[in-house]
Design a protein around this ligand. Structure first.
Ligand code: TRP
Length: 337
């Protein structure tokens, strides 16, 4: 077997990380603690490629409404949170059309059965395979192309996405088996990120469930959302003791309040010394204080008219140079005329 393409890592970096997010607009606490925070810290040790998965957004038609605005809002959150365009390559998926070409070649070595077994789609296959679009079935194939076209070997994902990375590895093995060792097999980079529940206290925080709190919300909007949070349903009266261990307000105190204050909340809740309303007010204050510097940075960045465009243009150019080189090798290995 011939050796794979050289990755050309900047000196001092342990590997190349790649991750993407569909342009959902302003990010919320769940997005930050579930992914973005980790993306920011990976920049120290890895050569990071982060992109806006706007082609993947097309698999669910609703997402294309406001695509441009949602991209801009999300990238402003990225920058304000600390993704650094001088250290990381930030780009737009659709502006690297080579990835769509690679997706087609990878689709030829991807067994249909493997796609049908991907847990997140399995149910849909059973229930409504006939109306499922072809693009959605191929979602993990495009995702594989996203990763390997930049020769990334580390993919930071949540546990729910691990089967996708496993499938990527399978596709890579099949491609390499047929055409030679072109691509490295990517590994999932798991971090123990807390799963943040929404204001309903029940489901994972998500924009589509409207149970979210935006990072860029105003202090008033934040307070409003926090005050609407569902607490311990058994605590019907102010004088009833609460159960912080099942309460999402308490869970968020653990993230946003000091250890001392969190402990006080625990004691006061279990002895009914504090009511849910006061407890929520304190949480809203803690969130607002914690996010204050982020919000200031974001407001400042938002005043620069071409900032997002310029950052993405520069990153896309860098990403595309890698993709073009990879595709030259790929076409050559396949043996096209
Ligand atoms: N699936 C990711 C999401 O839903 C987006 C994505 C597309 C991605 N391609 C990727 C993530 C490659 C990691 C690696 O937001």
């Amino acid at each position: 077997m011939t050796s794979s393409l050289p990755v050309n890592l900047p000196s001092g970096k342990k590997g190349r990380v790649l991750s993407g997010a569909r342009p959902t607009g302003r990010l919320h606490l769940g997005n930050y603690f579930g992914a973005l925070k980790n993306w920011v810290s990976l920049q120290d040790d890895y050569d990071c490629f982060y992109f806006v998965a706007d082609v993947h957004a097309l698999t669910t038609v609703e997402d294309t409404v406001g695509l441009k605005k949602n991209t801009r809002e999300m990238v402003l959150d990225w920058l304000a949170a600390g993704l650094d365009p001088d250290r990381s390559t930030l780009f737009i998926q659709s502006r690297v059309p080579e990835v769509l070409e690679l997706h087609t070649y990878l689709s030829m070595v991807t067994p249909m059965g493997s796609l049908q077994r991907v847990p997140s789609f399995k149910e849909q296959f059973r229930a409504r395979a006939d109306s499922m679009n072809y693009g959605l079935v191929g979602y993990p194939v495009l995702q594989t192309a996203d990763i390997i076209i930049y020769l990334a070997n580390k993919v930071p994902v949540g546990v729910d996405q691990v089967p996708h990375v496993e499938l990527s590895r399978e596709i890579v093995r099949r491609f390499n088996g047929q055409f030679g060792e072109v691509f490295p097999e990517p590994d999932a980079l798991l971090s123990d990120t807390p799963s943040i529940k929404g204001t309903d206290g029940d489901q994972k925080m998500s924009k589509s469930l409207d149970n979210h709190i935006e990072l860029a919300a105003t202090p008033e909007e934040t307070a409003q959302r926090v005050m609407s949070m569902v607490t311990d349903p058994q605590r019907a009266r102010r004088t009833d003791p609460g159960r912080p261990w099942i309460c999402n307000v308490y869970a968020l105190h653990q993230i946003f309040s000091s250890d001392d204050y969190t402990k006080t909340v625990y004691d006061q809740c279990t002895t009914a010394a504090i009511g849910c309303v006061d407890d929520k007010r304190a949480l809203a204050d803690a969130i607002n204080e914690h996010l204050g510097p982020f919000r200031e940075r974001r407001a400042e960045l938002a005043t620069k008219p071409k900032l997002v465009e310029d950052v993405l243009a520069a990153g896309t150019e860098r990403a595309r140079a890698v993709a073009i080189r990879t595709m030259e090798e790929v076409r050559d290995r396949i043996g096209f005329f």
